[in-house]
Design a protein around this ligand. Structure first.
Ligand code: SDX
Length: 442
């Protein structure tokens, strides 16, 4: 990976910053690295060695953990792009297989490249037959995310020929296996929870179609594919594909930096995504809307969300990076109306409630001042519920779609010659050195 984009140098801009220790008067200069877009970064790799100080940034709000060319976000402008292509354009004109290829290889595929890539993914969509036994070990009412964590982590016990992370071929096979098998495993988790038989993938179906078939099809009759829902599913996958260095992606990178196998790294990412502050928010939004129940109760909940002493937050609102409308939420909102129209669902009460909540929140000074806008999770749950998914499957779908982002970020890290094991430091505020006191004297 190049240190900083060669064209980024801008003669008028300073190339370094200087830190002055006001106690000792010592001055240390640190270079500025410039990317192709977004803020420059201060290269502080020599900071501790030259000053004896660590930086302190819990939550990493001001910390760049890596160099990446996959995804760019401008939170103030509400911009999201993958390898330079705006998310709105990809959602409108591309499909999930193309976006996967783009994230993994850096360019949109030619027709030949797309056909070959899609064929490879299709050919890896079945899981090892033994894997079915893993499901039998779970209770039927296990949360599907618990099942996903367990089964994906177990993949490394089956695919010994794609564990050597230093072999590009094995990295590619592992990436394709993960991409290909996630829909199958996700559908199996759903089938297991409802006591229906697993369905094998069908090679003549597209990625999103296959997932809908394996999830909602039954052996007793032909599955009727709804092309509008299949397109909406594919679009939802695109919108969730990657999102820079979010919590779960950073988890995957940190796990991968130790040399852990890709299946274990993705299982770690699934675990991190599950949290309600992250990917679990789509499920939490539906629970919140159900709890609000009626638009007359919205002010009561908005009041609670503003109350520092009340742990309640408006789920689906706010974002560490976006201080503007999440561009994915805008596309999701439009897709929500399309899906409900297709399904003939008029005045869906949850959608009415969500739109009224959005209207009130966006006018409220607290949300305006703190720049809290709807994020990708705000509308997704309403669409997924309308499509027939139980709320417990919402984060599973997020993980399914994000697998390509996690995998592409993991691959980028492994291929970065500068990458080292991630090992942050700390500000120690524990007890000072003290002598051991024997038990009989305590
Ligand atoms: C995702 O990082 C990513 O890119 C994630 C993601 C991806 O694609 O990977 O985009 C997916 O995780 C989207 C976010 C889904 N989570 C939610 O919708 C849960 C509700 N949102 C919040 O928990 C919160 O907004 C976070 C976690 C999303 C962001 O938290 P931050 O950046 O740590 O912000 P913060 O908690 O410091 O909030 C800043 C202020 C605080 O007030 P003060 O302490 O400054 O007075 O805004 C308030 C917060 O109290 N605030 C909210 C709020 N979100 C933030 N108040 C009420 N309701 C909310 N939803």
């Amino acid at each position: 990976m190049s240190k900083a984009h060669p064209n980024a140098a801008n003669e008028s801009k300073p190339h370094s910053v200087t830190i002055i220790d006001n106690q000792s008067g010592k001055q240390v200069e640190f270079p500025l690295l410039q990317g192709t877009q977004g803020p420059d970064v201060i290269d502080i790799r020599r900071l501790y060695g030259e000053t004896g100080y660590f930086t302190y940034d819990p939550g990493f709000g001001s910390t760049g953990s890596c160099e990446s060319g996959l995804t760019y976000i401008d939170g103030d402008q509400g911009i999201l792009s993958h390898r330079g292509y705006a998310i709105e354009e990809l959602a409108e004109h591309s499909d999930f297989m193309e976006v996967c290829y783009l994230l993994l290889h850096g360019e949109l595929p030619t027709q030949k490249e797309k056909a070959s890539f899609t064929h490879s993914i299709t050919m890896h969509s079945m899981v090892h037959e033994q894997l079915i036994n893993f499901f039998r070990g779970f209770r039927r009412d296990a949360h599907p995310m618990a099942v996903l964590c367990g089964v994906v982590g177990a993949l490394s016990a089956f695919y010994h020929d794609s564990l050597d992370i230093n072999d590009p071929k094995q990295r590619e096979i592992a990436s394709h296996r993960l991409l290909a098998k996630m829909p199958t495993i996700a559908a199996m988790a759903y089938k297991y929870s409802v006591g229906q038989p697993f369905l094998y993938p069908k090679n003549d179906l597209k990625y999103a179609e296959n997932f809908l078939y394996m999830t909602f099809g039954v052996p007793c009759e032909e599955y009727k594919m709804n092309p509008v829902l299949a397109k909406a599913m594919d679009k939802i996958f695109i919108l969730h594909a990657d999102h820079e260095q979010n919590a779960s992606t950073s988890t995957v990178r940190l796990a991968g930096s130790s040399g852990a196998n890709p299946f274990a790294c993705i299982a770690a990412g699934i675990a991190s995504l599950w949290g309600p502050a992250h990917g679990g928010a789509n499920e939490a939004v539906l629970k919140m809307l159900a709890e609000i129940g009626h638009k007359d109760r919205i002010p009561e909940f908005v009041k609670r969300a503003k109350d520092k002493n009340d742990g309640f937050r408006l789920m689906g609102f706010g974002h560490r990076v976006y201080k503007n409308y999440d561009p994915r939420a805008a596309v999701m909102r439009k897709t929500c109306h399309e899906v409900l129209d297709t399904l003939g669902i008029r005045d869906e009460p949850l959608l009415e409630l969500a739109m009224e909540l959005e209207r009130i929140a966006l006018e409220d000074p607290y949300f305006v001042e703190k720049k809290l806008y709807p994020n990708v999770d705000f509308y997704s749950g309403i669409i997924l519920r309308a499509m027939g998914f139980p709320t417990s499957m919402f984060t599973v779908l997020f993980a399914l779609a994000r697998t390509v982002g996690w995998t592409a970020q993991w691959k980028e890290m492994i291929e970065d010659p500068n990458q080292r094991i991630g090992r942050p430091r700390q500000l120690y505020t524990g007890p000072k050195p003290r002598k051991y006191v024997p038990l009989h004297k305590r």
